[in-house]
Design a protein around this ligand. Structure first.
Ligand SMILES: Cc1ncc(COP(=O)(O)O)c(C=O)c1O
Length: 411
């Protein structure tokens, strides 16, 4: 029995009532971006219809309402990840921008040639390329935590990798493998070596109760659109003292306290990092999404995901046996609901296209993790990913559509 009433949840998502090719949509691409409940759509509609003005500048009622709604959303995000202070939440465009913010401010202010950053082989490009850009510019060394045969971080040489490192930047949950990384011991090890810890929590925050303080992390990046919220807004959580000491990122309005001909002073946190008009209504939607998922309960969300992932892993194994290879841990205690796989002899894109005929939406490709694909020795995988609105019937539809694809390509 699921901890979530999935039938009721499904009714909250208008897109899931749609048909494609005469069939109900089976949406299995939430690791890429989640669908939006009516609560989020209503909140954004109401914000535009009744409370819209630019924020922080106006002293009239509507501008004050818009400002209050924006800052209220920040409080919701702060509570959602258990930040100790609301000012530790910086709104960005997405997780990618959050990581770049750290790379352009903290890292460029603090790292020099010969310093090292430790990453892992399972990172998304968002947590690889900003560091490669920095490495090329500054002569910073990048080191890599490899993977074990069961798709987890191989921590055998962690101490050697962290020796002399200034930053450990690692994902809390892989968007390809589903692997959940135990952040606290990683943070303890990094801190013991004098390195800070950045957590790419883009896949983790939507699915598992997140406590940035229990992690003892220094920076945590995530996006609204994977948590049932709108695109265009994400967040960086960082320890207050770090944010306070970091130079600003983008320059312009909002991020200043004063500007003279000979220079400027920066605004208080978190606005020091929020130059220009922010994504006001998106923040409201982000807050509404957090309200929605919190009402389901993050423990129930995680329990449901374990259930549905276990069901999917078993169903795929039972039906296809050795002709289908799953890339990711088999133990649902250490993985989330992103399930990547390959059929022997059928390209991932071909699978995805055939599945679309049955309105089964999965993703095929490198999933923005090309270094990982190279480690796995495959050009691409097909990925089905689950969220609160997916049930066993969705998994069954996936399995039936895959069986059709298998027949079509006559493996
Ligand atoms: C693990 C991980 N990190 C970072 C990102 C980047 O997120 P965004 O595109 O919202 O910036 C993603 C998106 O798929 C992801 O899965």
């Amino acid at each position: 029995m699921s901890a979530i009433d999935v039938a009721a949840v499904k009714r909250d998502f208008p897109l899931l009532a749609r048909q494609v090719n005469g069939r109900r949509v089976v949406y299995l691409d939430s690791a890429s971006s989640a669908q939006k409940p009516v609560a989020v759509l209503y909140a954004m509609d109401d914000a535009y219809r009744n409370h819209y003005a630019n924020i922080h500048r106006g002293v009239y009622t509507i501008a004050e309402e818009a400002t209050a709604a924006f800052e209220d959303a920040r409080r919701k995000v702060a509570r959602f990840v258990n930040a100790s202070r609301t000012e530790e939440i910086v709104f960005t465009r997405n997780a990618t921008e959050s990581i770049n913010l750290v790379a352009y401010t903290w890292a460029r202010a603090n790292l020099k040639a010969g310093d090292a950053i430790v990453l892992s082989h399972m990172e998304h490009h968002a947590n690889v390329v900003p560091w490669q850009m920095l490495a090329a510019e500054r002569g910073v060394e990048l080191r890599w935590i490899p993977l074990t045969a069961d798709f987890r971080l191989d921590l055998t040489n962690l101490d050697a990798l962290l020796d002399g490192a200034r930053l450990l930047a690692v994902s809390a949950m892989s968007n390809v493998l589903g692997t959940i990384n135990d952040i606290r011991p990683l943070a303890d090890a990094a801190h013991a070596h004098g390195a800070l810890v950045l957590v790419d929590a883009c896949q983790f925050v939507p699915h598992v109760a997140t406590d940035v303080q229990a992690w003892d992390a220094d920076f945590v990046a995530f996006s609204s659109h994977k948590i049932l919220g709108p695109t265009g807004i994400g967040a960086l959580w960082a320890r207050y003292d770090l944010l306070d000491a970091m130079p600003p990122f983008l320059g312009g309005g909002e991020m200043i306290r004063d500007v003279r001909l000979d220079g400027f002073t920066t605004n208080d946190l978190p606005w020091k990092f929020e130059a220009g008009t922010p994504a006001i209504v998106e923040a409201v939607g982000f807050g509404a999404a957090i309200d929605y998922i919190s009402a389901l309960g993050m423990d129930a969300v995680r329990a449901h995901e374990r259930l549905i992932t276990a069901y999917a892993l078993e169903a795929l194994r039972d039906r296809f046996d050795d002709s289908l290879t799953i890339y990711g841990p088999t133990d649902v205690d250490v993985r989330g609901g992103a399930v990547s796989f390959l059929f022997d002899g059928i390209h991932a894109h071909d699978i995805s296209q055939v599945l679309d005929e049955d309105a089964v939406c999965v993703r095929a490709g490198h999933h923005c993790a090309k270094p990982l694909m190279r480690q796995l020795g495959v050009p691409a995988t097909t990925r089905a990913s689950f969220y609160v609105y997916n049930d066993e019937a969705d998994v069954d539809a996936l399995v039936e559509a895959l069986a059709k694809a298998q027949k079509f390509f006559a493996v």
